[in-house]
Design a protein around this ligand. Structure first.
Ligand code: PLP
Length: 461
């Protein structure tokens, strides 16, 4: 098999990229972070080519945004057609068909056989902001419950809902009030020291007791949760966790908001991650892969909740712009075709199998977990203490980038290597990418002390 390293013509970054990076350093603030030290020229399906002619296998999908692959011809064609018609009117000024057609489509494909309505915005964070705004207006309550390891965005409210301090919150306070945080069922690092399912039970018990000690449920407008944490490290909670939260919401008249910004649109092997649990959220927020890289966020919810805010109280200049809506309609059409989800599931099972093998083989891999093609390994210095291997994780990423694989980290301790390959990736390319990852893991594994007793890994979901 041809080695992908052969596709790298130069060291990373190559001379052309180096020049551009110098300008980037001069004109763009350092806080705007980058992962791969190179500049793209073009991308197709699961491959990215930089301006120096190097080709990379993509295991990041533009941060989970190109699940249908880069540069889909039919999406480009639909966009060109729209460009020739009109670019912008603002939906509040002059309505257009793609906004309305996409709202109808989302009502059909999101779970729940009840009337639903959708508003569109420009990003995941904006979708979360609006979901909370609507839930507060509907319930006439103020408090919001979020979770440890949550990530919901970088605006004031979504940053307040987010859990990780560095690099999302540190130095950016004060934060929005009336935000309460509950433990997330994280089997590998259970906050209550429990094993697998008991971790969910303990977290849910804690939730109920918190109603007595922190805030009365009658004050809580909404609970917002990610079905699998994204930036928080791809934590897959035990199957009891999400239904338990849904029940708590239902029992207490709390709006149950599910953030599917990263998990949605096939990433977990279902259109939405909540489909795995047969859940019907009151409101679902979506973004990222919804429009294959064009800026779009959506808030879809029960019609009576979505209609609570009065006329004129929801919106924005560019929300649901025609190009994004057209792209999204195409994305959904592609995903509903025969074979798309089957392939996505196959991609997920190949990745999870391979990560499980790495868990068996290499002491530095403390946990391997995943739901569909949303999969990760958590690296630790010592399996007994589970001390996070942050520097080794950075080294794994660096080695992967050097060898032609685009890969990102995640997690509160910066020790999770997450895989977000486009769902259309071919088996051949996927295996080549996993080979590059495994080689990088072996390299760091060999540099740590491996003679310590092996503790048992957590079961893959
Ligand atoms: C679960 C989740 N919610 C919200 C967001 C924020 O989306 P955006 O970056 O489009 O504002 C993200 C982004 O990573 C996310 O993963």
């Amino acid at each position: 098999m041809k080695k992908i390293r052969e596709n790298l013509l130069t060291e990373i970054p190559g001379p052309m990229s180096k020049q551009m990076i110098k300008l980037r350093e001069k004109y763009i603030p350092r806080g705007v972070f980058n992962t791969v030290p190179s500049i793209i020229q073009k991308a197709k399906d699961a491959l990215i080519t930089d301006i120096d002619g190097n080709t990379f296998i993509d295991f990041a999908s533009g941060l989970a945004s190109t699940n249908v692959g880069h540069s889909r011809k039919e999406i480009a064609e639909a966009l060109k057609e729209q460009v020739d018609k009109f670019l912008h009117t603002c939906f509040h000024v002059f309505m257009y068909e793609p906004y309305i057609q996409l709202a109808q489509k989302l009502a059909e494909i999101t779970p729940g056989d009840f009337p639903k309505k959708t508003m569109f915005v420009n990003s995941g964070a904006e979708a979360v902001e609006n979901a909370i705004k609507i839930a507060r207006n509907f319930t006439k309550r103020k408090a919001v419950v979020t979770f440890e390891h949550a990530f919901h965005g970088r605006t004031l409210l979504t940053m307040s809902l987010t859990s990780k301090l560095r690099y999302y919150k540190l130095g950016f306070g004060p934060f929005a009030p009336e935000v309460y945080r509950m433990p997330y069922a994280y089997p590998y690092r259970c906050p209550f020291g429990k094993e697998y399912s008991n971790s969910a039970v303990a977290c849910l018990d804690h939730f109920r007791s918190f109603f007595k000690t922190h805030v009365d449920p009658e004050e809580i407008a909404a609970v917002i949760v990610e079905p699998v944490t994204g930036e928080g490290g791809f934590i897959v909670p035990p199957p009891e966790f999400l239904p338990g939260i849904a029940r708590i919401c239902e029992d207490n008249g709390i709006v149950f908001i599910v953030d599917e910004v990263q998990t949605g649109f096939g990433r977990t092997g279902e259109m939405f991650a909540v489909n795995h649990y047969n859940l019907e959220p009151d409101i679902m927020v979506m973004g990222k892969s919804i429009a294959s890289g064009l800026p779009l966020g959506a808030v879809t919810g029960r019609a009576e909740i979505m209609d609570a805010p009065e006329v004129g109280s929801l919106g924005g200049t560019f929300g649901g712009n025609p190009l994004s809506c057209v792209a999204s309609l195409k994305v959904i059409e592609i995903m509903q075709r025969d074979g798309f989800m089957e392939h996505a599931r196959k991609v997920g099972s190949i990745i999870n199998e391979r990560l499980k093998e790495m868990l068996e083989k290499y002491a530095i891999v403390g946990d391997a977990r995943g739901l569909g093609a949303m999969a990760a390994i958590e690296l630790v210095k010592d399996r007994a203490t589970k001390e996070p291997a942050k520097e080794d994780t950075a080294e794994v990423l660096k080695q992967c980038h050097k060898n032609g694989l685009v890969l990102m980290k995640a997690g509160a301790y910066d020790n999770v290597v997450r895989i977000l390959a486009p769902l259309i990736i071919t088996e051949d390319l996927l295996l080549r990418g996993l080979d590059i990852l495994e080689k990088a893991v072996i390299r760091v594994n060999n540099t740590i002390e491996t003679k310590k007793p092996r503790t048992k890994g957590v079961k893959l979901v």
